[in-house]
Design a binder for this molecule. Sequence first.
Ligand code: HEM
Length: 578
Amino acid sequence: MSSKCDGLTPLNVIGILLRSESSRNCNSEEKSRILRDFVTREVNAFLWFFLFSITAILISKVVALFRLWMKAKQLPGPPCPSFYGHSEVISRRNLTDLLYDSHKKYGPVVKLWLGPMQLLVSVKEPAILKEILVKAKDKLPLTGRAFRLAFGRSSLFASSFEKVQSRRHWLAEKLDEISFQSSNVIPVKAVDCSVGRIQDLMIEESIDCNKVSQHLAFTLLGCTLFGDAFLGWSKATIYEELLMMIAKDANIWASYRVTPFWKQGFWRYQHLCMKLKCLTQDIVQQYRKHYKLFSHSQDQNLQNGIKSSGVEVAFDIPPCPAAEMRNSCFFYGLNDRVNPNEEPYGNIMGVMFHGCLTTANLIASILERLATNPEIQEKINSELNTVQKGSVKNPQKNVDNMPLLLATIYESARLLPAGPLLQRCSLKQDLVLKTGITIPAGTLVVVPIKLVQMDTSSWGSGANEFNPYRFLSMACNGTDTSQRTSLAGENAGDQGESSLVLNEPTGNVGFLPFGFGARSCVGQKFIIQGLATLFASLLANYEIKLQSESKTDSKSVSNPSAAQILPNSKIVFVRRNS
Ligand code: HEM
């Protein structure tokens, strides 16, 4: 009988039972024994299989952990206080301050543990960080999740480089085309409308600097994307409010590993996102109506046109001005989905969101610097007068010849970057650097922008001070004024603005407000020129002053991370010649 039970499989168990049934030689006791044996064997086999799999997974985790620890051992950093790493210290302290102290003690590359398996490496040395930003092409999953939760799937702002590569490339080309080919980067009406908003706000005596910056950024981006249709859109104010409400909570909800469906707040947040989607749909419809692009065939014509020949598209819609036509191509390209899983307006919402937040931050910084440095404002104004004398009275055509204005924008971006960290991740491969340093795969690599942009080794002893002249040279002898301080700046201004030449900051390894490398900002040139145009118009009409009680001495802050935090200052726009 024992030979009967050897090698029991479901098939031969059924065979044995049938045979024994038909021969009636087997009693019921034997049958149940065979069944019991079979079940026991099967359960044992399953348990062994389960045990082997779990052990294999655990061993691979332990091996990965040891590998990570061995590789991380080579990197300098503070000793790990507990099994959970430095996460408790990070939650208690400002991360930039913590990194400032750690870099001071351990050098340009510092490691911190966020948990037993999550390593964070901060890099401050410009040469090393640029190599990393070029080589590490993915972003933290958190970034992609924040955009996906708020605006649905899109082909911009996802964490994997593969997913964003082609759309990034398209958008970068389109924006560069606009920046290089046209004299007016943003439509004239967008500038007029933004300046007009100042007039509306002037009903109050003074204006909150952050609030006005937000309005200006929103108007600028909205008009650029949706043209004239945006100007007459009655729901623009609600759209702006919604964007800001979403911005407040986006990272909190994205930080949950499992989407928190059980939280009421999450559903309130989703409701806001849904409202934003509906409003985006509404402005898109307004836009279509405005340009009389009703029929699908026309849409198709336009999209095919964009794909095949860029801006010169032949389609039978009523003629509209070149800038508006150009924006229409820009808009349609963003709206055109690469894959069917994408949210129809995901890219448009993403660009509005990112563009508004970052641009508002930069405008606030420029306004504050101008308000606290009236002498620079006056010099920019005389620069504007000089260029206007020799050309058409259109500030949009003149900004390239206004180096002090452009340098002021760069310097404001340097002093107040859009966020505290640039982050990258190489999910699959270790990053092996030229210096021999190896950063293990999966490590969260961060660049503390504030520390890099205030580093005295790149920016000299006055790194914390506002000095736009650091981006300028004298045309006569080509001397770099960046090493000199404000005195050199004043001399430069006395020479007359025409003698100043802008040193493009792209050459400076410590200049990172728009990031660097594979995932850098594609809107940099476009927004710098756009803001220059806006501020040329603004300064031609208004003088920007700080309201007397909110005066701060922003020049003498010694701690680099504190120097970034602008007080919520109140500013006043005083009409020139009034
Ligand atoms: C003052 C305004 C802006 C600032 C300071 C800014 C800054 C940045 C920064 C720091 C990054 C990340 C770079 C990195 O990790 O290396 C970024 C990414 C990006 N920016 Fe901007 N940005 C601005 C405006 C804009 C505008 C107006 C657009 C589009 C019209 C735009 C499009 C993008 C895109 C598409 C990315 C994502 C790139 C990617 O994930 O691959 N930005 N921006």
